[in-house]
Design a protein around this ligand. Structure first.
Ligand SMILES: [Mg+2]
Length: 324
């Protein structure tokens, strides 16, 4: 899909300058300094996985569409991870999915042949810890709409999880799954309205701001849509309260990248993702290199992207090209 738009732009045709096609050193030297913050579409070069390993101190992977397409691994991903492990090359997996703690997710990766240590997995749920600290919310009563692992994230952050029909100080939309949707959302909306009517404003946070997620044969609404549902109702009932919005922690918001910066001293990082509006925008926003991989399965038309979502590089796959 990407290929077609690149061909349209002349990037893969014989007319294109050869130093742009391969994403080689000449292209980088010529393009990188002048294109940061002002890239145009005909300046997006291809890069290979070995080149990424050569040029960057650490690699950041999005999960779905890059390493896995549940319930299977993406081709070449297990070999790429094995190579990184063998080299001792630093890498992290950044996932907006807050439905599983790192140990649960690592175990699921292992079943697909991806040997990823839990401490290399950063999920948006983990970011709750810093968010609770920053806002002094330890010990506060939290209603968590989500899975049991979503609740564990909140407990790990210092929150006290209470049943959804009880009063709360913090509303956490941890996942779209794992709770009785209609009963819980009705109860929480009622509590929200009652609290706001007596000028008691709770905190609201949605670790994963994604609006929908891809499945093997379709799409589903993700937790960001659940939060958006509450926000729509609150905006209608309290039109003069623009503050009644959820804090959002996952990509493209900076919190997830700030967590990486806490864990590694280098800024020479490449973020490999399949979604321009989260992976690429998030990396561009914090000034690290963004790499759009074509294995996501969705159709991406580079020509339709807003400037902030245009990647620094395009990667065909995680294949170790050149090793045979
Ligand atoms: Mg993805």
């Amino acid at each position: 899909m990407l290929q077609r738009s690149l061909e349209t732009l002349g990037l893969t045709s014989p007319r294109a300058p050869t130093n742009v096609i391969a994403g080689n050193a000449i292209a980088r030297a010529a393009l990188k300094p002048s294109t940061r913050g002002k890239r145009t579409l005909d300046q997006v070069p291809y890069i290979t996985f070995p080149q990424l390993l050569d040029q960057f101190d650490a690699i950041l992977f999005d999960s779905d569409g890059v390493l896995v397409r549940w319930p299977a691994a993406i081709p070449h991903a297990p070999e790429a991870i094995a190579e990184l492990n063998a080299l001792g090359k630093p890498y992290f997996v950044l996932t907006n999915d807050a439905s599983q703690v790192a140990e649960t997710r690592a175990a699921r990766y292992a079943q697909l042949g991806l040997a990823i240590d839990p401490d290399k997995i950063i999920s948006s749920g983990m970011l709750l810890k810093t968010w609770f600290e920053d806002h002094g919310l330890q010990g506060s009563r939290c209603v968590v709409l989500g899975t049991e692992d979503s609740a564990k994230y909140v407990r790990d952050a210092g929150g006290t999880v209470v049943p959804f029909h009880e009063d709360f100080d913090v509303l956490v939309v941890g996942d779209q799954d794992g709770f009785p949707f209609l009963d819980a959302t009705r109860s929480v909306l009622t509590t929200l309205f009652r609290k706001l009517d007596r000028n008691d404003t709770p905190r609201m946070v949605v670790p994963n701001p994604d609006l929908f997620y891809p499945e093997q044969d379709g799409f589903g609404f993700a937790s960001g849509s659940v939060a958006g549902m509450f926000e729509s109702a609150l905006a209608l009932r309290y039109p003069h309260r623009p503050d009644l919005t959820f804090a959002r922690l996952g990509k493209p918001h900076p919190a997830m990248f700030e967590e990486i910066f806490r864990r590694t001293p280098t800024r020479n990082l490449a973020m490999i993702g399949d979604t321009p509006s989260t992976d690429i925008r998030g990396a561009n926003n914090v000034g690290i290199t963004s790499v759009l991989v074509e294995t996501g399965g969705g159709s991406v038309d580079l020509g339709s992207l807003p400037e902030g979502d245009v990647p620094d590089y395009v990667l065909e796959s995680l294949e170790d090209i050149g090793s045979g």
